[in-house]
Ligand binder design. Structure first.
Ligand code: NAP
Length: 248
């Protein structure tokens, strides 16, 4: 595979849902994409095969974002074997919903470890490469829940809101090296994560969305593609919603 003169993009949690759509879109835009996943190797391989069949280049990159040693090792491997990352999309995420009084310590720790610490570990490792190269775009996939809050999702909201504060801070740290950091906050997007909702829950959510329908993964991937591109070169430290108007 000829990866010379390619731009390298890592998308975490790219085996399914929003991450898979982002990986496909970045590959279509000419990036060599590293498809990270936690356990679903078969699905990640399907995404890679779809990218290659469409004329793009990609490869699998297995690690648990919540394990900082694994993150450092894999990002170091990318840097040494290919070159510095130009794009990092921190998309991997989980939600373990519970009302506060029933919130279990382990569930809270796991949510913060994957959704917040995982994004911080990946950002730290990628920033090292990008700062030296004096270029890069880091895109965090947070959530409308981190902006508006939601009963029953306090742990998830804490992680996703934390990601916003973290990203604004590092946008200030990394800006002088031309490394941009932006946050995308999707609303309700149809994926496995929202597939668990009942019809009546979906109906209730639809009432809160001015555009009147749930979003698709490509509604998010098209914004990510813009933020990854030079067309957004003067945009950093921003939080941009893709939510059909449900939070303004
Ligand atoms: P999804 O369909 O459940 O997919 C989650 C992805 O994250 C999978 O690829 C999964 O890999 C990966 N992942 C989970 N834990 C990981 C870990 N420890 N290390 C590496 N990868 C891990 O989720 P989605 O709906 O596409 O959501 C993607 C992101 O968008 C999440 O951050 C989510 O919070 C955010 N978001 C989603 C919505 C929505 O409505 N769907 C709304 C707002 C924000 P495996 O396949 O290997 O398990």
């Amino acid at each position: 595979m000829n990866t010379a003169a390619k731009s390298f993009a890592l998308v975490t949690g790219a085996s399914r849902g929003i991450g898979a759509a982002i990986a496909k879109r970045l590959a279509k835009d000419g990036h060599h994409v590293f498809i990270n996943y936690a356990s679903n190797e078969a699905k990640a391989a399907q995404i890679r095969d779809a990218i290659v069949s469409a004329g793009g280049t990609a490869e699998l990159c297995h690690f648990d974002v919540s394990n900082s040693a694994q993150v450092d090792e894999k990002l170091d491997w990318i840097h040494k074997s290919f070159g510095p990352l130009s794009v990092l999309v921190n998309n991997a995420g989980i939600t373990i919903d519970s009302l506060l009084l029933r919130l279990k310590d382990d569930d809270l720790r796991r949510t913060l470890a994957v959704d917040l610490e995982g994004a911080i570990y990946c950002t730290r490792a990628a920033a090292k490469q990008m700062m030296r190269a004096r270029q890069g775009s880091i895109i965090q996939i947070s959530s409308v829940i981190g902006e508006s809050g939601n009963a029953g999702q306090s742990g998830y909201a804490a992680a996703k809101a934390g990601l916003i504060g973290f990203s604004k801070s590092i946008a200030k740290e990394l800006g002088s090296r031309q490394v941009r950091v932006n946050v995308v906050t999707p609303g309700f997007i149809e994926t496995d994560m929202t597939g668990a909702l009942t019809e009546s829950q979906k109906e209730a959510i639809l009432q809160t969305i001015p555009l009147g329908y749930l979003g698709a993964a490509d509604d998010v991937s098209s914004l990510v593609a813009f933020l990854a591109s030079g067309a957004s070169r003067y945009i950093t430290g921003q939080v941009i919603g893709v939510n059909g108007g449900m939070y303004m």
